[in-house]
Ligand binder design. Sequence first.
Ligand SMILES: Cc1ncc(COP(=O)(O)O)c(C=O)c1O
Length: 382
Amino acid sequence: MTMEFTDRVTRVEPSATLAISALATELEAEGTDVVDLSVGEPDFPTPENIVEAGKAALDAGHTGYTTSAGILELREAIAEKLEEDGLEHTAGEIIVTPGAKQALYEIIQALVQDGDEVVLLDPAWVSYEAMVKMAGGELTRVDLSPHDFQLEPALEDLGTAITDETELLVVNSPSNPTGAVYSDAALEGVRDLAVEHDVTVISDEIYKEITYGVEQTSLGTLEGMAERTVTVNGFSKAYSMTGWRLGYFAASEDLIDQAGKLHSHSVSSAVNFVQHAGIEALENTDEAVEEMTEAFEKRRDLVVDLLADHDVDVAVPDGAFYMMLPVADDDQAWCEGAIEDAHVATVPGSAFGTPGYARISYAASEERLHEGIERLAEEEYI
Ligand SMILES: Cc1ncc(COP(=O)(O)O)c(C=O)c1O
């Protein structure tokens, strides 16, 4: 039998990162030591108090379904956290999801349909493109790479990209894959365009807690943005909880009502005991988050210095745990070569819409970062 697949799935490409991870797995199976700088997750264990809260919730029997939007206590804790960031949302304007990825999927499914225009800032996290395509949307991409990945100098280009036809803009600051934190002036520019053309904006703030010496302003705090911003966040990065799968979004009640239907008819809810651990994460983990962020900052400085020793200049990131390394025009071939010859895994920039770069994740120990950069230099990849 030949199965007929939908346009919705066949128009999406498999992730360009797959070729690299397949090569890495093959080499590791042969016993090769690969320095993996391709990972999108913190290398720290989940803080102990959160693990204990998860175990206690299991012991207390929190193993059944919860309200689809998430337990009230967690949504109230999220509302409080958002208030500290200057965002006013009631618990009723929040949906708790199994990971921020599910939040983004539900929002895009609720807002984008065939032919709708969606604007992305390149390089952009890989799944935005796939999610928009699955929803039938058309992409317009604004390239930030000529501007050291900053948004402010690209506002004119954004002004050309956004028209009255635009349905949605996605902003991700701090950014994956660049680590850029957009300035307040840049966000005000976004606001002016969004208001002028009546555009909804997703503000993906999953790296908000991981910044170095700067603060990320939440887009929804800007005048005129509260009603048109959907704020997405999650526990994976700040609390090193990738495998727990916990995220959320906050939006106006009408979007919550519509996306809530998708949520209840697909995942039902996030995992019950994980939601209880999420409350502990939000309420009692500031110190651990600070320590992890300090470690990331030290590693960022180390990688920037090591690259500078080899005369490689990078746009120094102010947040997240990634940076973009300028490489050969054929970045896919460069990344494949780097893993085959130097045994260092990175992600090609073309996976994020920006060829000519490789994304380095510095969520690795200082020793491994040293090793990785030295190997790239020895094999003349930098
Ligand atoms: C920019 C961005 N948004 C959302 C996510 C989704 O994170 P999760 O589903 O683990 O919460 C990621 C994960 O890599 C990300 O980098």
